[in-house]
Design a protein around this ligand. Sequence first.
Ligand code: SF4
Length: 363
Amino acid sequence: SFELLEKFRDPDLCRKILDKMESELDRELRFMEVCGTHTVAIFQSGLRSLLPEKIVHLSGPGCPVCVTHESEVNAFLDLAGRGNVILATFGDLMRVPGDKGRNLKKAVADGARVKVVYSPFDTLKLAKENPGDLVVFIGVGFETTAPTIAATMKMARDQGIANLRILCFHKTVPTALDALLADEAINIDGFILPGHVSAIIGVKPYEFIAENYAKSAVVTGFEPLDILQSLNQMIEWRNQGEAHVANNYTRIVGENGNPKALEIMYEVFEPTDALWRGLGLIPGSGLEIRAEWESFDAKKEFGIEIKDGPSLPGCKCGDILKGIKQPDQCPLFGKACTPANPVGPCMVSTEGSCAAYYKYKLD
Ligand code: SF4
């Protein structure tokens, strides 16, 4: 309720926690908020300018559009414009650039049939209305979207819809965090863990962060107090020489997540190796369609293979997603690259960190 939310924005309490953090910090600490919604929340609430200077906040690989690999973008751009294909996608992907400045918006101008949908379920109607075509849904995103797409596939099978395909580029969050922590060039003291993904997977899949790497991580909501409490908690643990994984968003996230959603997700998908923008190939970090469901698999249908290739010239999205660079350290930021003319995906998506920096820092 509104009253409850107000409690999570209480300015006096926020100030108290900020002062406490300030007094307890003896060196710079680097915290990564994994999810783009947190990046936006930290700016929107004004926290970004209130946090102690010793806290460096890094945006992580949790913006679905941003981590979609260059070759995955090129793969769906190659499908656009094929005679019998109607591509269905979330709106965010329309302006994501592939090689040679291509994007879906331009493909539409050139005659490709691309339909923006708000839910994967909308593709069922689209497929029914166009029986002579193949409707190909571009499945990007994490454990938050994958169960809905699995449910859509089950409904399509139940309804005898045979012309729906899924181009499955789904990725899973904990495996990416493992890859970041294993990389010695990357320096992260703790994670603000995503609220939405965790509502599906729960807290256990993150326990390796404390067990294997002695770093802390807290599942966190999106209000200022949620974020401050989590940061404060991680500073306290660090000062006590401890590392823990905890859930500070119990009003939404259960310890075991959403077992029903997980069940349907793994009924249809299985883990596979996946390429991430900036992070490269991470074993077991993607989801692919199981053999029993392969009649839905657009990769099989069109013989699509995803291989590593050159990244967008000049774009530093990869380093930003790894927490090595901040958006304003990219030479193109705010100059050649703006939300109106994005060079890379981190400037396209509303959850992208370059877009958030641009919107809230340059205003
Ligand atoms: Fe890429 Fe633009 Fe961000 Fe630079 S500012 S990293 S070019 S998206």
